[in-house]
Design a protein around this ligand. Structure first.
Ligand code: 13P
Length: 248
C-alpha cells in the first residue's frame, strides 16, 4: 500500500504575524509538490494570516496546541472550533516540549486526540524517548506504552487518518539526528503496535513521520525507509531548506 508523504513544519514559538507572512512568500515556489501533503503548523497568532497567505497553494495549515473544551472560562486557551473556523486542518498533539515544559500527560493527550477527531481536525500525535531511556534500552516499551495510552478508546476508522510523529527527544534541536536505521526501527515498531491494537489495514494506512534535526542533507535517506512516511521539522522548516525536504 502506498501512503501519501506528509512533510510538516513545526514553527514552535517563532515568527511574528508579519514575519510569518514573509516566510510563506519565501517558501511558496520551493514547496510546490503535488505528491506530498505540505503542512505549516504555526503559532496561534499566526494562523489567520498564514491561512490567508497560503490560499490557492498546496500548503495546509496546522496548529501547535489547543484545549479540549469548545468554549468557556479557560483563560489563554484556544478551542478546536476556533481552529477549524480559521482554516486549520492538522493539530500537533503530545509534542515532547508540551509534555516536558507544560506538564501535559497521556490522559490529557488522549483526550486531545479524541477531541481533535470529534472536531474534524487531523492529529499529528508525537511520541519519543529521552536519551536516558535510549541508553537504558527501554525505549521500545516506552514508545509502545505512549501509543497505547494516547489512543485509548480511539476507533480504527479514526486511526486510519492519524499521523504519528516519532521524535526522539535527544534528537530535537540538537543537530544529532537518529540514523535512518534507528528511525526506521522505531517507526516499524509503531506500525506493529497499531497492527496489534487494531488490525493490519489500519496499520498500513497510518502515516508515520520522523522528527528530530531533519534537514535538507539527511531527509532523503530517512524518507527512503519503508515505514517513514514523512517528517515533522522544527528548525529547518523556518528556512528555504524546507523546500528541499519537501522535494527530497
Ligand atoms: P528540530 O527539527 O528543530 O530538531 O525539531 C524537531 C521537532 O521538534 C519538530 O516537532
Amino acid at each position: 500500500m502506498s501512503r501519501r508523504r506528509i512533510i510538516a513544519g513545526n514553527w514552535k514559538m517563532n515568527k511574528t504575524p508579519s514575519e510569518a507572512v514573509e516566510l510563506v512568500a519565501t517558501l511558496k515556489d520551493l514547496v510546490k509538490n503535488d505528491d506530498v501533503d505540505v503542512v505549516y503548523c504555526v503559532p496561534a497568532i499566526d494562523i489567520v494570516p498564514v491561512a490567508e497567505a497560503v490560499k490557492g497553494t498546496n500548503v495546509h495549515v496546522g496548529a501547535e496546541n489547543f484545549y479540549i473544551e469548545d468554549k468557556g472560562a479557560f483563560t489563554g486557551e484556544i478551542s478546536a472550533p476556533m481552529l477549524k473556523d480559521a482554516g486549520v486542518e492538522y493539530i500537533i498533539i503530545g509534542h515532547s516540549e508540551r509534555r516536558d515544559i507544560f506538564g501535559e500527560n497521556d490522559i490529557l493527550i488522549n483526550a486531545k486526540v479524541k477531541k481533535a477527531f470529534a472536531s474534524g481536525l487531523k492529529p499529528i500525535l508525537c511520541c519519543g524517548e529521552s536519551l536516558a531511556l535510549r541508553k537504558a534500552g527501554t525505549y521500545v516499551e516506552w514508545i509502545k506504552r505512549q501509543i497505547k495510552w494516547d489512543l485509548t478508546d480511539v476507533a480504527a476508522d479514526q486511526v486510519k487518518d492519524l499521523v504519528i510523529a516519532y521524535e526522539p527527544i535527544w534528537a530535537i534541536g540538537t543537530g544529532e539526528t537518529a540514523t535512518a536505521d534507528q528511525a526506521e526501527e522505531v517507526c516499524g515498531i509503531i506500525r506493529k503496535t497499531i497492527a496489534d491494537l487494531y488490525d493490519d489495514a489500519t496499520a498500513e494506512a497510518v502515516r508515520i513521520q520522523y522528527g528530530g534535526s531533519m534537514n535538507a542533507g539527511n531527509a532523503a535517506e530517512l524518507l527512503a525507509k519503508p515505514n517513514i512516511d514523512g517528517g515533522l521539522i522544527g528548525g529547518a522548516s523556518l528556512k528555504p531548506d524546507f523546500g528541499q525536504i519537501v522535494n527530497a
